[in-house]
Design a protein around this ligand. Structure first.
Ligand code: FES
Length: 459
């Protein structure tokens, strides 16, 4: 289903890679992170070519709610305790700077993309303790944050943390203009990366630096990102007839609802669940069902104009992986695991990767490094993540059903789960998705599902 952003934006088509070439940097993926990284490299005098399997912005950039914010759920209090104040400051500074950098670029280039500064709130209907601690932690790191109980939401809240000077925009209008500044080859799927060579179906790019910004790195070893990330699905409905909100909101209670005005519409988001785990709630409701019921409860008579879903990469400690891909591959870089905060993190990633590639100092890089220290929370998440993988692999051994499709994930073999709401086969291990015919929708898998009687070697 199309999002509100794809409905009203056009991005100029680009030619595929014309054949073999050399460039200092090859960037894999033409989403916001890839385009911005190539843009800042160009500003630094370094040519980067972007290789995109489909079209510019055809990945997760088009499915966001497009909040540009340093408020990333309850994060700062935990981060100070886990990583220390200096690292937490780096995270806060990098994200606050990213908001300012979006504004600067948009003004400088006169990009018509509905950019607006507005406050962001975390709210709870049940308790205030966590919110108060978060407000104090954020404020101590230099963010303009405060706790209060006043709220414009259509239901009473126990409390809310307000972050000032956050922002929202139209991500594809912004991307369309920024993409004009960089060298992109569309319909150029990367098949293999080997040291300084990126092999595509259209030719090979020899590059000293290779940057993976295509959502989920498809290389399993080294890096082991498949063991350090899982994916979540979440849902958005665009409503007409709902009261306009000035602020952007995210709930920290069980339903984790998100609210954000977009023109005359309200974007109501939520219903998150691990990809491939499609159980629904106790009433049997899944993503869109929950949102529809909530929409009528909060805004009786409102009308759903559009709905769409998003796929987010979640890391074990809740922070993105931005920096060197692996100690074993000095010329490789990655930006992945953005969680629900893809807009701000895309900008942060572009700035960090540009600094690393151009040999500049970047103190903020430490907290985002994929090689940062392993926390207790990460260890717990690893156990949960591992259990899903073991279960998915064990199910692989069961009979595969009567259809012509073999419902085992081509990534590492886990048994796929049917997602009736979106009519897709979803992998609970690392989140790959396939349509009803077994065609690949989302990686890390690289190929379609096998069909019964099909000779794997001939694929
Ligand atoms: Fe890894 Fe399916 S995505 S096994």
């Amino acid at each position: 289903m199309e999002s509100v952003w794809t409905e009203n934006s056009r991005i100029r088509r680009r030619e595929p890679l014309p054949g073999d070439m050399e460039a200092p940097v090859a960037v894999i993926g033409a989403g916001l992170a890839g385009i911005l990284t190539a843009y800042y490299l160009k500003q630094a005098g370094i040519r980067a070519v972007i290789l995109e399997a489909d079209r510019i912005g055809s990945g997760q950039t088009r499915n966001t709610t497009a909040k540009i914010t340093s408020q990333h759920n309850l994060i700062y209090d935990r981060m100070i305790r886990t990583f220390g104040r200096r690292m937490a400051e780096h995270y806060a500074d990098a994200n606050e700077a990213a908001i300012g950098e979006y504004e600067r670029l948009i003004l400088e280039k006169e990009i018509d993309c509905d950019f607006a500064r507005r406050p962001a709130f975390l709210y709870s209907c049940t308790g205030t303790e966590l919110l108060k601690r978060e407000a104090e932690a954020a404020e101590s790191l230099g963010i303009k944050a405060s706790f209060g109980t006043d709220c414009e939401l259509p239901f009473p809240v126990a409390g809310a943390v307000r972050f000032e000077h956050q922002a929202s925009f139209h991500p594809l209008k912004f991307l369309a203009q920024m993409a004009e500044e960089v060298e992109v080859y569309e319909q150029t799927k990367v098949l293999k990366v080997k040291d300084g060579r990126v092999e595509t179906g259209r030719g090979t790019v020899a590059a000293e630096h290779i940057v993976f910004t295509a959502h989920f790195p498809f290389i399993n070893v080294p890096g082991y990102y498949f063991a350090r990330m899982y994916q979540e699905r979440s849902y958005v409905t665009a409503l007409e007839g709902a009261k306009r909100l000035e602020g952007m909101y995210l709930g920290i209670d069980g339903d984790r609802l998100s609210f954000r005005a977009c023109g005359d519409m309200l974007l109501l988001g939520g219903g998150s669940h691990r990809t491939g785990v499609n159980k629904g709630n106790r009433a049997g409701e899944c993503g869109y069902g929950v949102l529809r019921r909530k929409a009528q409860e909060f805004y009786p008579g409102c009308r759903e104009v559009l709905r769409w879903s998003a796929q987010d990469c979640m890391t074990l400690d809740g922070l993105p992986y931005v920096g060197r891909f692996s100690r074993r591959k000095p010329g490789w870089y990655v930006a992945a695991g953005f969680g629900k905060w893809g807009m701000t993190t895309a900008m942060v990633s572009a700035r960090i990767l540009t600094a690393l590639i151009s040999g500049r100092d970047c103190p903020e890089a430490d907290i985002f490094s994929p090689q940062r220290h392993f926390t207790v929370q990460a260890a717990k998440e690893l156990a949960v993540h591992g259990a899903y993988t073991v279960k998915g692999l064990a199910k692989h051994l069961l009979p595969a059903g009567n259809g012509s499709l073999i419902p085992n994930c081509p990534h590492m073999g886990c048994r796929l789960e049917w997602n009736p709401e979106e009519e897709s086969y979803d992998c609970p291990c690392h989140g790959s998705r396939f349509d009803r015919e077994g065609h690949l929708i989302d990686g890390p898998a690289q190929t379609d599902c096998e069909r019964k009687g099909e000779n794997k070697r001939n694929k």
